[in-house]
Design a protein around this ligand. Structure first.
Ligand SMILES: [Zn+2]
Length: 434
């Protein structure tokens, strides 16, 4: 990574960090790219230990000169016992370890794991280090009170980054080009799944803007973290959809728009997960059929044969069968007045007539049974028996930002919105020159 983008990242991280220290209005007007900060020192390796542990380890270091270090690779049919046996640890020690508190942390070994084992000149076990992942390791140490198992967590550095994409084809590819990981793209698609039909509402020239977290260990990229804020325009920029995270400690409570409304609704905007389809198929392999809904009172979605079809809301399957026009079809009754219909299915999912389904469950697979000229899903949305365009209905939303978080959310979402509004193509070009 170049110093340029690193600078931007840190500047941005600083602004977010300092949110609690300075009045918001001052920050909102602060220039984004002009502050240059020295890079903070990167925390090397695992967390600092408590004083007691450090003292104990210092004592150990002197002895360690006489210890022998072994690396044992776990193969098929290996266990902690066979690993220890290979370095001449006696069976009673192994038995003892297996009965320690949290012993499962060191006995649940996987093929390919590497254990580091230290033994003294009397073949007595002194220490085991079991790296579980890049950021987590388990350690067994010998103390005056016997063996103890510890967890060692590496300190992960969280950075804040931004992405900007102009849509000129499948959403997935545009987001990928902007530098977002597959995980982040799916997260964005999921959080907007209630509001945006990614097949029918995105147009050439629409934009995606994202502020998101990335995780680093000793300067090495580990992966993307949470999406903090995102903005997508639809219908050639006519509609702007915002999403802002609400977290308590590190737990995500939900995503809300700039007015604090929950992005979650009683119905998904579309029964087909277009973003996931286009992440696996090249766009040339299918063309969404975009018939006018008025002409036949439904919305058609094209896609590869057997594309999973998700029920758009919680409800009960009231019909599952075959008809001349619809082919294989399913009707789902939702709380009171809503009914959804899915037609031309190639095959049904596991849910039968009379069963309850939850929003997002796969109830069938796309096909061209009945009167259909190509593989597609025919989707209808009815309110009190009347056909309505599902793209235009206002769906009831889940609860808004809880009262106790409202002030905090207002400040943070305002801050993020200011940043999103500043994000544009030129900012992105700077990142692309890395
Ligand atoms: Zn149709």
């Amino acid at each position: 990574m170049s110093s340029n983008s690193t600078k931007i990242t840190y500047t941005f991280a600083l602004m977010i960090l300092s949110m609690s220290l300075a009045p918001l209005s001052a920050l909102a007007n602060a220039p984004l790219k002009t502050i240059t900060l020295p890079l903070p020192e990167i925390n090397k390796g695992f967390d600092k230990k408590t004083t007691d542990e450090a003292t104990a380890e210092a004592k150990d270091q002197s002895k360690e000169i006489n210890w022998q270090e072994h690396t044992v690779k776990i193969g098929k049919n290996d266990s902690l016992s066979t690993a220890l046996y290979r370095v001449n640890i006696n069976a009673s020690t192994t038995y003892h370890l297996g009965h320690l508190k949290n012993s499962n942390l060191i006995t649940n070994l996987r093929v390919g794991d590497k254990l580091k084992i230290w033994v003294d000149k009397h073949d007595k076990l002194q220490r085991i280090l079991y790296p579980k992942s890049k950021t987590l390791a388990y350690e067994v140490i010998k103390t005056d009170n016997g063996y103890q198992i510890h967890e060692k967590k590496a300190k992960v550095e969280i950075r804040t980054e931004t992405a900007f994409a102009t849509i000129n084809g499948p959403f997935y590819l545009a987001a990928k080009r902007a530098g977002l990981s597959a995980k982040s793209i799916m997260q964005i698609a999921d959080m907007f799944a209630w509001d945006i039909d990614f097949i029918r509402q995105l147009r050439k020239g629409d934009t995606l803007k994202v502020i998101y977290e990335t995780r680093y260990l000793n300067g090495e990229y580990l992966g993307d973290g949470d999406i903090l804020a995102a903005q997508i325009t639809t219908n050639k920029g006519q509609n702007v959809h915002n999403a802002f995270i609400l977290r308590k400690n590190k737990e995500v409570i939900g995503f809300y728009d700039d007015k604090g409304h929950n992005l979650k609704k009683a119905f998904l905007r579309a029964p087909v997960d277009y973003v996931r389809i286009t992440s696996k198929f090249t766009p040339r392999r299918f063309h969404p059929i975009l018939k006018k809904w008025r002409s036949h009172r439904g919305v058609d979605y094209g896609g590869p044969l057997n594309t999973p079809i998700h029920v758009t809301g919680n409800g009960k399957i009231v019909a599952r069968g075959k008809a001349r026009g619809y082919g294989n079809y399913i009707k789902v009754q939702h709380a009171g007045k809503y009914l959804t219909v899915y037609g031309h299915l190639n095959k049904f999912g596991k849910y039968r007539r009379g069963q309850f389904v939850k929003q997002g469950d796969v109830i069938g697979y796309m096909g061209q049974t009945g009167l259909a000229t190509g593989v597609h899903l025919h989707y209808e949305f009815r309110i009190n028996g009347k056909h309505v365009d599902p793209l235009k209905v206002k769906f009831p939303a889940a609860g808004p930002v809880p009262k106790k978080y409202r002030n905090e959310f207002k400040k943070k979402s305002h801050f993020f919105l200011t940043q999103l509004n500043r994000l544009d193509a030129p900012t992105q070009i700077v990142r692309n020159f890395e």
